[in-house]
Design a protein around this ligand. Structure first.
Ligand code: 5RP
Length: 215
């Protein structure tokens, strides 16, 4: 699978234009993108990073990491996903970076999602849906999730996000209305962000292979 991830990450370089600020996601597929980006680092203005993990890798390659507040709209955001449906709607947050990823996706004009083909599903929900929650609200949110969705929230113990919060993973969902579920879950007090990227889906999906499939 890592070969598929590498091929997807390298293909995303096609979307990088000279002088761009590039939004960079998090995960093992994105790591291949960052490594490929290093080869053209002198042609870009810098990167906006979605996690401490990606920031370290970018800086390790000598790529300048910029503050989103200083950048305005970002022309390109490249990130992986845990699941992708035919509408390019995503589950993300397996690496617990969902909140910053969502912020950069929202700021981006074009969101290119890079995956290995096993992430493609007809209906989202086989991968447990991550929610970033304020620690004191963990039990409250879990109870409300059960009542609202019938899914089973599981606390990802030991994981603290870059924002100092915790993660609940909701198992047992079949997400037939991703936009509606994203909106409903966002209303629960204590939910910082929902790992459903449906209101703002990807614009382009690259599934790694030889050749990579772009849709
Ligand atoms: C991190 C994410 C990642 O994009 C997602 O977990 C996919 O990771 P990988 O490329 O390692 O399979 O959402 O929060």
């Amino acid at each position: 699978m890592s070969d598929a991830k590498r091929l997807a990450g390298e293909k995303a370089i096609d979307y990088v234009e000279d002088g761009m600020v590039v939004g960079v996601g998090t995960g093992s597929t994105v790591a291949y993108f960052i490594d490929a980006l290093a080869g053209i680092r002198d042609r870009i203005a810098g990167a906006v990073s979605s996690s401490e993990q990606s920031t370290q890798r970018l800086r390790g390659h000598g790529i300048e990491v910029l503050d989103l507040n200083a950048c305005g709209p970002i022309p390109l955001y490249v990130d992986g996903a845990d699941e992708c449906d035919p509408g390019k709607r995503l589950i993300k947050g397996g690496g617990a970076a969902l909140t910053r990823e969502k912020i950069i996706a929202e700021a981006a004009t074009t969101f290119v999602c890079i995956i290995d083909p096993s992430k493609e599903v007809p209906v989202l929900g086989r991968f447990p849906l991550p929610l970033e929650v304020v620690p004191m609200a963990r039990s409250l949110v879990a109870r409300e999730i059960v009542a609202m969705t019938g899914g089973q929230p599981v606390w990802r113990q030991g994981t603290v996000t870059d924002n100092g919060n915790w993660v609940l993973d909701i198992h047992g969902l079949s997400i037939t209305d991703p936009v509606g579920l994203e909106q409903s879950l966002n209303q629960v007090p204590g939910v910082v962000s929902v790992g459903l990227f449906a209101r703002r889906p990807a614009d382009v999906v690259i599934a790694g292979g030889t050749p990579p499939l772009v849709r």
